[in-house]
Design a protein around this ligand. Structure first.
Ligand code: ZN
Ligand code: ZN
Length: 265
């Protein structure tokens, strides 16, 4: 079981986690909770119960509202092979996938899990999306930080169409290449095919001209405006939300230190 902890000084969250490393989708699969048609086959949706609670069953009814559970995670998987087809997809394929993600987030909205969404995809790995929704950290800023950022892009802009812009952020995160967002204030759940197609074309361009070693992460917080972070290498959807993953228990750690410090010598 994993646990979120809040640092009361800087209000930063940690996730105390004993997660095994490796490809999420190559872990032993449970049965899928949904399938969606895609490219003459099916995308399958798997709920991840080990990482973030509660389970699908707890999401139903009043139980979830009373629980102190910590969000929801699922994998949206295009195929079972541990290889990548993403860079071979057409703009139409990627547009379709983005719309599938948008629709899925719309469905999940009914459960009121939280407003912090992170859907990440490592372009060079297994063909799946790692979708995480958390009630924390809740952004309560009055202004939309994305709309504000767009007003101050200046010479950090690298690409634009009528609907989207890509730019290098003012204060990039670790390994962040660039950020893509819609020029109009828009939630990911409202994504339409025109904008999805623009984003698909840009992602293809990035893979062809810059690098295939990227993760892109669709992110949305309190203000209901989404952006896509393009990050070099492989990243974790939890860390993309600004939460640090800690791989040990503080209590266990204190016990070990205590034993060593007080062993009588
Ligand atoms: Zn895999
Ligand atoms: Zn906005």
């Amino acid at each position: 079981m994993e646990e979120f902890r809040l640092d009361p000084v800087d209000f930063a969250f940690d996730l105390i986690s004993n997660e095994k490393t490796g490809c999420r989708e190559c872990l032993p699969p449970e049965s899928s909770i949904k399938s969606i048609e895609f490219k003459k086959g099916y995308i399958r949706v798997y709920e991840m119960k080990d990482r973030i609670q509660p389970s699908r069953y707890q999401l139903d009814g009043k139980f979830f509202k009373r629980s102190n559970a910590h969000g929801y995670e699922e994998l949206i998987v295009e195929n079972d092979k541990h290889s990548s087809s993403f860079s071979g997809y057409s703009a139409d394929d990627i547009e379709k996938l983005l719309l599938i993600i948008s629709e899925r987030l719309n469905e999940l909205k009914a459960y009121e899990i939280g407003k912090n969404i992170s859907v990440s995809r490592y372009v060079n790995g297994h063909d799946y999306w790692d979708l995480v929704i958390l009630p924390i950290p809740l952004q309560t800023a009055q202004k939309c930080h994305i709309c504000e950022s767009l007003n101050y892009i200046g010479n950090r802009e690298v690409y634009k169409t009528e609907n989207i812009k890509a730019y290098v952020p003012f204060s990039p995160k670790k390994n962040e290449l660039l950020r893509i967002t819609t020029t109009k204030h828009m939630a990911i759940e409202e994504l339409d095919s025109v904008i999805a197609f623009d984003i698909a074309n840009l992602l293809i361009k990035i893979m062809k001209k810059l690098t295939k070693e990227i993760t892109f992460d669709i992110k949305q917080s309190g203000a209901d405006h989404f952006e896509i972070e393009v990050i070099m290498g492989e990243t974790d959807p939890i860390e993309a939300l600004g939460i640090t993953r800690i791989n040990y228990s503080p209590e266990e750690s204190a016990k070990n230190i205590n034993e060593k410090m007080n062993d009588g010598k």
